[in-house]
Design a protein around this ligand. Structure first.
Ligand code: PEP
Length: 248
């Protein structure tokens, strides 16, 4: 039985004051959410603050990125070990915004994934196609390439220790959600691809959906057989919306 996970990706939004308000709202509103694992991923400067604010609650904290290297002369970078050291449990890797704006390749993401595991973090590996790729019928080959980037280099055991997030790029921040059927089709494909290496890992690995998930579409999406939760961007910035998705 896979425990659902709902993760909030705050991206580069907010301030210290707004982060405190949002964290307090989430902490206070957790009543009645018992089956779902809840995670928030604030920007780096607010990670320590989030860990302190959420102490004693059931809400975990994660980062949105971490370095390919373990440490040393890499100005401006943050290592997975540092993220772990301040109390984080998860790290989002390979988000399409990192791939698109910062040139992150599958090779870079695989290195970050290995660093995250070595540091004791649980990586959330984002995969997903652009609209043009979908229209060319390349959805499966693109998500397979993103998944294989880690699975073929770090091995199936690395997949067992992480979470996968299917995030169609055309649905991120656009209000254009994948239909439950479109999402389920890709989730099932990803699970089958993992199953080709290990049926046991495929049965246990959580695959989240991300892309304009909101309180009013979360239940339908998460009712699909292979959707095990959500990676939430915009709607994670409002405590009531985020909590409503966790309840779904
Ligand atoms: C995301 O960026 O991970 C995301 C899913 O964003 P949104 O929910 O805003 O589409």
């Amino acid at each position: 039985m896979r425990q659902p996970l709902v993760a909030g990706n705050w991206k580069m939004n907010g301030s210290k004051a707004s982060a405190e308000t949002l964290l307090a709202g989430i902490k206070e509103g957790m009543g009645g959410i018992s089956k779902t694992e809840v995670l928030v991923c604030p920007p780096f400067p607010y990670l320590g603050l989030a860990v302190s604010a959420l102490a004693g609650s059931r809400v975990a904290v994660g980062a949105q990125n971490a370095c390919t290297e373990a440490g040393g002369a890499f100005t401006g970078e943050v290592s997975a070990a540092m993220v772990k050291d301040v109390g984080c449990i998860y790290v989002i890797l390979g988000h399409s915004e990192r791939r698109q704006y910062y040139g992150e390749t599958d090779e870079i993401i695989a290195k970050k994934y290995a660093q995250a595991l070595a540091a004791g973090l649980t990586p959330i590996l984002c995969v997903g196609e652009t609209l043009a790729e979908r229209e060319r019928g390349e959805t499966q080959s693109v998500v397979a390439r993103h998944l294989d980037g880690v699975m073929e280099t770090a091995g199936i055991e690395a997949i067992a220790r992480g979470v996968i997030a299917y995030e169609p790029v055309w649905a991120i921040g656009t209000g254009m959600t994948a239909t439950p059927e479109q999402a389920q089709e890709v989730h099932a494909f990803l699970r089958q691809r993992v199953a080709a290496k290990s049926a046991e890992v495929a049965a246990g690995v959580r695959i989240l959906y991300g892309g304009s998930m909101k309180p009013d579409n979360a239940l339908e999406l998460m009712s699909q057989a292979d959707i095990d939760g959500g990676l939430i961007g915009g709607a994670s910035l409002k405590a009531s919306d985020f909590l409503a998705i966790c309840r779904a």
